[in-house]
Ligand binder design. Structure first.
Ligand SMILES: Nc1ncnc2c1ncn2[C@@H]1O[C@H](COP(=O)(O)OP(=O)(O)OP(=O)(O)O)[C@@H](O)[C@H]1O
Ligand SMILES: Cc1ncsc1CCO
Ligand SMILES: [Mg+2]
Length: 268
C-alpha cells in the first residue's frame, strides 16, 4: 500500500485513542485528534484505566502534570494495552526536570512494552543519560549527539524513539529517518509536542505500515500541517485554530507536495 493511504485509512477507521495526559493540553489534544479524524477518550482514573485501554486502538501516556495516582493508572492502562496487543506511546514531558519524573519514566519503561517514546531533545537526552540543559518542559540546549542518544534509548528499551525539533528524527535503534519542515511558531503554542504524540498514537493504531514508517509519516504530516497553519496565522493565538483546521483539511496531495522529505537508512 502506498504511504499516502495511511491517512485515508486513519480517517476511515477513526481509531479510539485512550489518553492519560496532562491538564495543560487535554482539550487541545482531544480537539486535535477529532480534527485529524480519530476519536479521543481522556480517562485517568485507576477504576477504569485498564478497561478503557482494552477497548481503545492505542494508548498515550503523557507525564506532563503527573501525580502518584496517575502513575498507577498509566501502569494499569499500559499493561492492558500490552495484553491486547495495542500500541502504547510514551510522552516523557520534562523527563529530566525532577526525580519523580525520572523515576516514573524508568518504571514505565521497565514494566511496560512501549511502542514509541516521542519527546524533545532535552527529554530524550535525560532518558539516555547524556549531557543536556533542558528547561522544564522545553527542549533547552546541548551539544550531545542527539541521534546517537535516540538510537541508544531505542536499543535499550526495544522501542521506537522520535525526537522532535527543527528537524525530527525517528529510529528503531538501527534505521534512522529524518523529517524536515514545520515552522518555528510551533514552539510558541503549548502542547504542540503533546498533541503530536497523540497523533502518532492514532497513526500507529492504523495497521497499514511498519511502525517506524507510520511514525515517520505522522511526523511529516504534522510538520506539513504546521506550515499550512503558519501561512494563515497572525500569531500563536490564531495559529492554534488554523492548525486544528489543517489537521483535518490537508490530504495526501498536500503531504506529497514536496515541502518535506523523508530520509531513510541513515546510520549514525
Ligand atoms: N524550529 C522548528 N522549526 C520547525 N518545526 C519545529 C521547530 N521546533 C519544533 N517544531 C515542530 O513542532 C512540533 C512540536 O515539537 P516540539 O519538539 O516543540 O515538542 P515539545 O517540546 O514536546 O512540545 P510541548 O512540550 O510544548 O508539547 C513538531 O512537529 C516539531 O517538528
Ligand atoms: C507547560 C506544561 N507544563 C506541564 S505539561 C505542559 C505542556 C507542555 O508540555
Ligand atoms: Mg513535550
Amino acid at each position: 500500500m502506498a504511504p499516502s493511504s495511511l491517512l485515508h485509512e486513519l480517517r476511515n477507521q477513526s481509531p479510539l485513542i485512550h489518553c492519560i495526559t496532562n491538564i495543560v493540553v487535554a482539550n487541545f489534544q482531544a480537539n486535535g485528534l477529532l480534527a485529524l479524524g480519530a476519536s479521543p477518550i481522556m480517562a485517568d482514573s485507576i477504576e477504569e484505566a485498564a478497561e478503557v485501554s482494552a477497548l481503545s486502538s492505542s494508548t498515550l501516556l503523557n507525564i506532563g502534570t503527573l501525580n502518584a495516582n496517575t502513575v498507577e493508572s498509566m501502569i494499569a492502562a499500559g499493561g492492558s494495552a500490552n495484553t491486547y496487543g495495542r500500541p502504547v506511546v510514551l510522552d516523557p514531558v520534562g523527563a529530566g526536570a525532577t526525580a519523580f519524573r525520572k523515576r516514573t519514566v524508568t518504571r514505565l519503561l521497565d514494566e511496560l512494552d512501549i511502542a514509541l517514546i516521542r519527546g524533545n531533545a532535552g527529554e530524550i537526552a535525560a532518558i539516555a543519560g547524556v549531557e543536556w540543559t533542558a528547561k522544564g518542559v522545553d527542549a533547552g540546549n546541548g551539544s550531545a549527539n542527539i541521534a546517537a542518544a535516540a538510537m541508544d534509548v531505542a536499543n535499550r528499551h526495544r522501542c521506537l524513539v522520535a525526537i522532535t525539533g527543527e528537524t525530527d528524527i525517528v529510529t528503531d535503534g538501527d534505521k534512522l529517518i529524518r523529517v524536515s519542515g514545520g515552522h518555528p511558531i510551533m514552539t510558541h503554542i503549548t502542547g504542540m509536542g503533546c498533541l503530536l504524540s497523540a497523533v502518532t498514537a492514532a497513526f500507529l493504531a492504523v495497521n497499514v505500515h511498519t511502525p517506524i514508517d507510520a511514525v515517520a509519516y505522522s511526523l511529516a504530516f504534522y510538520k506539513k500541517a504546521g506550515e499550512v497553519a503558519a501561512e494563515h496565522a497572525a500569531g500563536p493565538g490564531d495559529f492554534a485554530v488554523h492548525f486544528l483546521n489543517a489537521l483535518g483539511g490537508i490530504d495526501d496531495e498536500a503531504i506529497d507536495g514536496g515541502q518535506f522529505f523523508i530520509e531513510e537508512g541513515v546510520k549514525e
